[in-house]
Write a protein that binds this ligand. Structure first.
Ligand SMILES: Cc1cc2nc3c(=O)[nH]c(=O)nc-3n(C[C@H](O)[C@H](O)[C@H](O)COP(=O)(O)OP(=O)(O)OC[C@H]3O[C@@H](n4cnc5c(N)ncnc54)[C@H](O)[C@@H]3O)c2cc1C
Length: 485
């Protein structure tokens, strides 16, 4: 979540979208396209093509293209734009009835826009998503992570001195992790490093509880994984963009609209099998086959892990190892809309060190973003997995318990709620990738490696530098398109 601020700077349908635009250079040439919020299940002629296997039949009906791009998330859309720009004919094959994948702007509440998937441009400086923002004049709003209140379980706010102490301890803990890395040549869990640190420090019971909560919001929520699912040695191998974390008052979907413009995207085509050979690539979906010379596979790591899509011939051993070794964590959101705001106007972030570490532990004031009195809560990792098994009403009850602890019993009940379940989503099977014990960045590389100059791979989990982010997905799409030549 707060990826740019929590660590030391060193680490880490077929559808018509109007006139075709191209992604020139990076994102900056995505200009002048009309905004479109939701896709419709109609057909599109797609981008123009002068490719070597240029299709002669009507693009509205053909199921053959130079390149088949599997998945209409950020990585697939960018790859497709790049390839169209290079003169290739491209069909994007997407299982959902919408584009965007793990970027999903919801407008079901009249007049209110909320993002159910990605929220932020993490670090706006040098970020390719910022280029689209500039080119399209999209409004963004920085999150001030320092404008926060940290509540103890009984609702008392921690003092500034107590928060300063936690921040100092957090830096000490990260230094302790570095020390353990140098001491040992065998990887371990990040949880074992925390246990070790706490055993050395022997903090009071209160400080121990607050600190465990602090580490949850700083690491487990950000990486969407429990400390015992994170590699002590490699969890933070990724890099970070500089600058602020930026939210989209009009929704992240504006970026998707820009990226999807002019592309031939076939929605509702769930891929079941990908075969390749000397003659090219065949992609079998629930409604038939597509053929191409090449394919760019952007299936989420969670989908690859589940084995929902068969590869023929089977994937190389090293790629299978990488799929097994890397983890897919869970970050879920709960949006609550209230008849009126009861929380302080001058704060943006509310942290809650409740009895159950990580449960409704981090909240964001969305008033300046969603244009309504809306709070957003995050749950991650095992806590989120456990909550996905509960009903919306049960989840709301837990959320309200936390809010009552922080703001008192007299606060109003929410008038509406939105709850995500990214693990249960068959087209995602989790939120984003992380590095568990025993894995490292080389597994991201192995996931990215092309096969037989026919299958190319993209998606956030293929990036060793910016995995788990929108800009990582973007850069992976660029790289895959460049590899095809
Ligand atoms: C709750 C949440 C919050 C996040 N917050 C942030 C954030 O604030 N900032 C940030 O930078 N990143 C954030 N991320 C991560 C970011 O959303 C992802 O890294 C990025 O969107 C992934 O893009 P992708 O193209 O790799 O994959 P996807 O967007 O998942 O695209 C893959 C596509 O493949 C499709 N597909 C899957 N299976 C099949 C099949 N069998 N047949 C056909 N199509 C299929 C999917 O429907 C999807 O459209 C968040 C993610 C989540 C879930």
């Amino acid at each position: 979540m707060s990826r740019t601020l929590i660590h030391e700077p060193s680490r880490r349908q077929i559808l018509r979208f109007g006139v075709a635009a191209s992604v020139a250079g990076m994102a900056s040439a995505l200009i002048g396209c009309p905004r479109k919020s939701e896709s419709s299940p109609s057909s599109s002629s797609g981008g123009s093509s002068t490719g070597e296997e240029k299709e002669k039949t009507s693009p509205k009906t053909t199921r053959r293209a130079d390149v088949l791009v599997i998945g209409a998330g950020v990585s697939g859309l960018v790859a497709a734009q790049k390839l169209v720009k290079k003169g290739r004919s491209v069909i994007v094959v997407e299982g959902r009835d919408r584009v965007g994948g793990r970027v999903h702007t919801d407008r079901s509440w009249p007049g209110v826009t909320v993002d159910l998937g990605a929220s932020w441009i993490h670090g706006q400086i040098g970020n390719p998503i910022s280029e689209i923002v500039s080119a399209k004049k999209i409004v963004t709003k920085a999150t001030n992570w320092e404008a926060r209140v940290v509540f103890d379980r009984d609702g008392h706010p921690l003092t500034n001195a107590q928060i300063d102490d936690l921040e100092k301890r957090y830096k000490d803990f990260l230094a302790h992790v570095e020390h353990l890395r140098k001491e040992s040549d065998r990887d371990a869990t990040l949880k074992s490093a925390l246990d070790d640190y706490l055993a050395d420090e022997k903090p009071s019971a209160d400080v121990r509880r607050w600190f465990t909560h602090w580490v949850n919001t700083e690491i487990e929520q950000d990486y969407a994984a429990d400390l015992d699912d994170l590699s002590r040695d490699s969890w933070d191998d990724d890099k970070q963009m500089e600058g602020d974390d930026m939210l989209f008052p009009g929704g992240y979907g504006q970026i998707i609209d820009a990226l999807a413009e002019g592309l031939d995207v076939r929605l509702g085509e769930t891929v079941r099998r990908i075969s390749h050979g000397d003659d090219g690539v065949t992609v079998d979906t629930t409604s038939g086959a597509f053929t191409g010379k090449y394919a760019v596979v952007t299936l989420p790591l969670g989908v690859l892990k589940e084995g929902d899509v068969e590869f023929s011939p089977a994937l190389p051993e090293r790629k299978k190892q990488a799929i097994d070794a890397l983890g897919v964590g869970l970050l879920d959101k709960v949006y609550l809309r209230f008849p009126s705001a009861f929380w302080p106007k001058d704060k943006q972030v509310f942290k809650y060190a409740g009895e159950h570490v990580g449960e409704f532990a981090e909240w964001l004031d969305m008033r300046g973003v969603a244009s309504a009195d809306v709070l957003l809560a995050f749950n991650a990792a095992k806590v989120a997995d456990e909550l996905e098994g509960r009903t919306d009403a049960e989840i709301e009850e837990k959320a309200m318990r936390a809010l009552h602890a922080m703001f008192g019993e007299s606060i109003p009940d929410p008038s509406a709620k939105l709850v995500t379940r990214w693990r249960k989503d068959p087209f995602a099977r989790g939120s984003y990738s992380h590095i568990p014990p025993g894995a490292d960045s080389k597994d991201h590389d192995a996931l990215a490696a092309p096969i037989a100059n026919r299958l190319y791979f993209a998606g956030e989990a293929t990036r060793r530098d910016y995995s788990a982010t929108v800009h990582g997905a973007y850069l992976s799409g660029v790289a895959a398109a460049e590899s095809i030549g």
